[in-house]
Design a protein around this ligand. Sequence first.
Ligand code: TYM
Length: 332
Amino acid sequence: MTRIFSGIKPTGHLTLGNYLGAVRRWVEVDQHGAEALFSVVDLHALTVEHDPGRVRRLSRQAATLLLAAGLDPKLCTLFVQSHVDEHARLSYLLECTATDGELRRMIQYREKSVLARAAGEGVRLSLLTYPVLMAADILAYGADEVPVGEDQTQHVELTRDLAVRFNQRYGHTFTVPRATAPKVAARVMDLQDPTSKMGKSHANGAGIVYLLDDAETVRRKIMRAVTDSGRDVEYDREGRPGVANLLDLMAAATDGNPEALAGVYQSYGALKKDTADAVVELLRPLRERHAELAADQGHVDQVLRDGAERARGVARPLVDRAYRAIGLLPAG
Ligand code: TYM
């Protein structure tokens, strides 16, 4: 059976980008017919300046939201990364497989290290090694597929390289995984700056739709989305990124096709209004279910305990095998 692994990091409130780029497929496709594991990857949230209490709160909130979105613990395994030691154990072996050059080339490292320096903060070493930990997340489970948005494909490529290199040097140990991306909305853009990705940790929230925003807020953000001074509705991601982003959102929310939708609209105003309505309807059940689940944290914690137990059962033998393969003496 195909095995699937994916993760989400609790560095901010979950966004519409997270939902359309990844979570929706986890719910609608990946947890059915495959052995799927999903993780709130909290260790990754420590790679940039962080507040301990906030990371804890966001981890719980992310898990609650994933359940509200429809992950079903009977169909898949949901857990928190730091509850399963195998991620950190394997990460070290992969640090002994990767080179500093290939990590310094990672786009996210280059972008985020510049930001950290500009803010007068030191660049944490873990920001550089982040993709190695991500590789460990995936390889520890022998995952075949990694459903992610477009921004993560370079990291999955590195994961593949590390798996192949390890296998060649130490004998076949890891499955070489592949990234899968959605057909539409693989890269949702910021509504105020449609040339950059809608990211949960942006300082300015005006261009970001959060999954827990109320209907009025979602409407306002979409109605105020930056477009351009043209009038015709055309799907041109390069030339007209703002309008293309709205068409992507509309298509994703209504299972439509962005190019076909472009022909339906005569004005940006009408497109914005319909997109706002469609996104509000898409998120409504999720928000309602979240309110119910948030009132029952005991249930969420139990799901996470069971999930960690199951995840350990899958990862431990595989990581043990990697320890032996690389030359470490078994504990006896
Ligand atoms: P993260 O937490 O930034 O995002 C979680 C998922 O949401 C997708 N995503 C988007 N998709 C489309 N448009 C956007 N604007 C957008 N923003 C985010 C991401 O591509 C991702 O699929 N490094 C990962 C977390 C991670 C992981 C893993 C993922 C750690 N270990 C192992 C897969 C497998 C990250 O920062 O995702």
